[in-house]
Design a protein around this ligand. Sequence first.
Ligand code: SF4
Length: 80
Amino acid sequence: MGDTSDRVVHGLRIQIDREVCVGFADCIGVAPTAFTLGHDGVVTFTEPEHVDRAVLIEACDVCPVDALTVWNETGAQIVP
Ligand code: SF4
């Protein structure tokens, strides 16, 4: 179900819900090294491993439609 993309970075599991993302690019504004917009106008990962953990969390947290979900090392959901 759904159309998602996952990446594990700095112990965080980050998931993009491609059906929810509307391409506002707020996340890219916070972490331009971690995310970019694809040709379809939906965000994709670039080099999130080169972004500080706290900045990654912040970038996911600013998404206005909660398309980005983050779980920590213990499996607890910390964003949104
Ligand atoms: S902030 Fe949310 S809606 Fe905007 S590009 Fe990022 S994931 Fe997509």
